[in-house]
Design a protein around this ligand. Structure first.
Ligand SMILES: C[S@@+](CC[C@H](N)C(=O)[O-])C[C@H]1O[C@@H](n2cnc3c(N)ncnc32)[C@H](O)[C@@H]1O
Length: 219
């Protein structure tokens, strides 16, 4: 997969690059490129945003700036999916993550301040995605949330100590929540690990886990 991110804060992605799951797949399963709108802006002094027409507070990311950034990287294109990160977009769910993970190429556009000139969303992006019904200060954290969730679906992203097969929202659990997990000690301050998990009976453990997952997922 090749994933490109356009941002005003490229350094925000350095932390994610150095850690799993990203670090495990970088440069083989995933090629990640991060572009700064300021590097290709057609305006002077690195300007990328402007006052909103009609007045009001804040600055709006300009459509000509984002168009120039896309043109610099893709020429006439892009001919693949371009997602604008916006609190007004379609909510990110595990189904949306699976959908995005199946793309061979993906571009993420993030904004800051008052957000995008609407023409960026309607004309330059293919769709808009929100990571939840709340407003953050910029698209970098949403981009990293999406990046992490998508990258976990790529081969080799997860270590042997981790599996995506039976975690919350996975097909292995019919899209439900994961069963409760416990580790040593078996007893702590009178709080006991369920006996079934200590029984060594794998069939009973499996049944208990499926039942717990079902109970947690209803309602
Ligand atoms: C302060 S927000 C702009 C909010 C916009 N004025 C509004 O009211 O819808 C700045 C940028 O952060 C990003 N952002 C903030 N919250 C987000 C969310 N929940 N999901 C995805 N992106 C978000 C988007 O790129 C957005 O354009």
């Amino acid at each position: 997969m090749r994933l490109d991110v356009f941002t005003l804060v490229p350094a925000a992605f350095d932390w994610a690059r150095e850690r799993r799951p990203l670090a495990a797949v970088l440069d083989h399963e995933l090629e990640l490129r991060v572009f700064n709108y300021r590097d290709t802006t057609p305006l002077t002094a690195g300007q990328v945003d402007d006052d909103p027409y009609g007045g009001g507070p804040g600055m709006v990311l300009r459509v000509d700036v984002v168009a120039a950034a896309l043109e610099a990287v893709y020429g006439d294109g892009p001919d693949h999916r371009v997602v604008a990160l916006s609190p007004q977009g379609r909510q990110l769910t595990q189904d949306v993550v699976e959908e995005l993970a199946s793309e061979e190429r993906l571009t993420l556009l993030s904004a800051r301040f008052e957000g995008f000139d609407e023409r960026i969303v309607t004309q330059l992006a293919s769709d808009a995605i929100s990571i939840g019904p709340y407003v953050l200060s910029g698209g970098e954290l949403p981009a990293m949330v999406l990046l992490d969730a998508v990258v976990r679906r790529l081969p080799g992203a997860l270590g042997s100590e981790e599996s995506g097969l039976f975690e919350s929202f996975s097909r292995g659990l019919d899209g439900g929540l994961e069963y409760p997990q416990y580790t040593r000690p078996a007893e702590f301050r009178g709080w006991n690990v369920p006996d079934v998990l200590l029984s060594g009976d794998h069939r009973r453990i499996e049944e208990w886990r499926q039942e717990q997952s079902r109970l947690r997922s209803v309602g």
